[in-house]
Structure formats: structure tokens, C-alpha cells
Design a protein around this ligand. Structure first.
Ligand SMILES: [Zn+2]
Length: 291
């Protein structure tokens, strides 16, 4: 069923839970994620990568995800992830996205604020004032769509981490941007962690003391389950997963393709294995983050 991302996340936090968000490059994965959420009777977030959304087929995928979300028996939000291009944002919302990460984290502090405000103004002008905006403060290392592992040695355990969210800026940033959710950089990275992840729970705690809006943890693939489970206690109401989901699907396809080819070019059977892999990961993650 249709939901507002901030309502979904705030409701989860009230009950001591966080909502997982999964990047969907295709409809098979999205069906698996929504199926797992329905089975768990929990809300979920479908993320669309900006590289997907900037193509005509990507906009068709968003429209398809909109239909899937509205038809689901649990609350499902469709969010455009990491977007900075106004045209892509406006087109994605027109196609059916109900939330956007307006990502100016690579810009200066002032330009980051200006970008988020521009996105709000563009959506208001589009008659899409109900679209929820997440903003990001602090820089995340790594690539969202490909996981090679980061060479940035600053992410090694015990070393200071570059680009951390500055807690002193949080209240001002949230107030001036009007952001409804805040993505933070606390040692989390996109893609694979080099060595053990060094999540700065102390910084996260400082951030959570400075704002009322729910916090978002990107790059959760590779963070140990017992660490992720404590995220909601620090106002982290949304946790983004991408790499681990891809790893599971690709590994399943690698293992299963030969047998399904031998079984009469059985694409339907192979898609069922794909669905099973993505659904199992989504189900485990939903369970992990729910109180
Ligand atoms: Zn991200």
C-alpha cells in the first residue's frame, strides 16, 4: 500500500525498529523484496539508482515499482536514491517515486543546502509537495552500483575517517534544508569494506542528539548484524542495502544457470531461484531490524 517514507520510518522508530531499503535494478528483485515484506508483515523501501532513473526504461521501472508498491498488503515506499540532477528527479517523481534522496554531499556545505532547497522548490512547482526528501551530510566513500572494495586506508579500523558528518552542522542543516530524513557518514561506505567496518557509533550518538529527523545509514552491506541491530536506538530509522543483495543474486545465478540451461533452457526456474535469493536476504534483514 502507498505510504509516506517519513511516516513509515518514524512509525518504525517509535516501535524500536528500522526500515530496510533495497536497491532494485529490475522487477524480479523488487517482487522478491515486497514478497518478503508481506510475509514479515513489515513495511519496506524500494530504492532506484540514479543511473537507472536517467534512462527511459528506468522511468518505466519506477512506474512498475509504483504499481507493485500500491498493490502490496504492507506499506511500500519507492525512493529515487542519490540524485542531484533536477530533471531526473522531476521525471522520477512524475513516473511514481514518492521520495528522493537529494544528494549534495559532494558539494560545499552551502551548495548542499542550496541543492536540497532547489529540489524542494522544483517538487512543489510540480505539485509534488507530498514527496519526501532525504538529504545527506558528510561524504561516503565507494561506488553505489559496483563493489570493488575501497582503497581508502582511512577506513581501516582505528584510523580517523574522512568525510564524517559534523554533528555541529546537523541542526542547522536540517533546519535550512527542511530535510525529512538525514543520511549520515559515520564510517559507512558504499560497496565493500576494506577490512572490518569501523562505524563511529560515538559520532552517530552525537548526531542523534542534535536532530529530531530520522537518520539513514547507507552502505550497510558488510556491517555485522549485531551492530546493525542497535541502529534504531540511535535514531537510525532507515538502512540501505545494495551490495549484499547483488552478491547473493549473482552468486545464485552463477551456481544455477548451467543446470537450468540443461533443464530445457528453463528461465522461469532460474528466475524463481533469483527470487528466492533476494527474498531470503530481504526477509532476514527485515527481521534483523525489527524490534
Ligand atoms: Zn547510498
Amino acid at each position: 500500500m502507498r505510504t509516506k517514507l517519513d511516516h513509515l520510518v518514524n512509525a518504525a522508530l517509535v516501535s524500536g525498529s528500522a526500515v530496510p531499503a533495497f536497491t532494485c535494478y529490475d522487477f524480479t528483485t523488487a517482487l522478491a523484496v515486497v514478497g518478503a515484506a508481506e510475509e514479515a508483515r513489515l513495511g519496506v523501501i524500494l530504492l532506484v539508482a540514479p543511473k537507472t532513473a536517467c534512462t527511459p526504461n528506468g522511468l518505466r521501472l519506477i512506474a512498475a515499482l509504483r504499481g507493485l508498491a500500491d498493490d502490496a498488503s504492507v506499506p511500500v515506499s519507492v525512493q529515487l536514491d542519490h540524485a542531484s540532477d533536477l530533471q531526473v528527479i522531476v521525471a522520477s517523481v512524475a513516473a511514481g517515486a514518492d521520495a528522493v534522496l537529494a544528494d549534495g554531499s559532494s558539494l560545499s556545505y552551502a551548495d548542499n543546502i542550496a541543492l536540497v532547497r532547489q529540489v524542494r522548490a522544483a517538487l512543489d512547482a510540480q505539485g509534488a509537495s507530498d514527496v519526501v526528501i532525504e538529504a545527506e551530510l558528510g561524504g561516503l566513500a565507494g561506488d553505489e552500483d559496483k563493489a570493488f572494495g575501497t582503497d581508502d586506508s582511512t577506513h581501516d579500523a582505528g584510523m580517523p575517517v574522512a568525510g564524517l558528518t559534523n554533528p555541529a552542522q546537523v541542526a542547522d542543516f536540517v533546519e535550512r534544508t527542511g530535510a525529512q530524513l538525514l543520511a549520515v557518514a559515520v564510517g559507512n561506505v558504499h560497496g565493500k569494506y576494506k577490512g572490518e567496518p569501523n562505524i563511529r557509533w560515538d559520532v552517530l550518538q552525537e548526531i542523534s542528539a542534535r536532530t529530531e529527523v530520522p537518520l539513514v545509514l547507507h552502505g550497510a552491506s558488510g556491517i555485522p548484524a549485531e551492530e546493525l541491530a542497535k541502529a534504531p536506538s540511535l535514531r537510525v530509522g532507515k538502512v540501505n542495502f545494495n551490495t549484499e543483495l547483488r552478491t547473493g543474486i549473482l552468486s545464485t545465478l552463477q551456481t544455477e544457470t548451467a543446470a537450468h540451461r540443461a533443464d530445457g533452457e528453463n528461465l522461469q526456474g532460474l528466475l524463481a531461484r533469483w527470487n528466492h535469493s533476494a527474498g531470503a536476504f530481504a526477509g532476514t534483514t527485515l527481521e534483523l531490524l525489527s524490534a
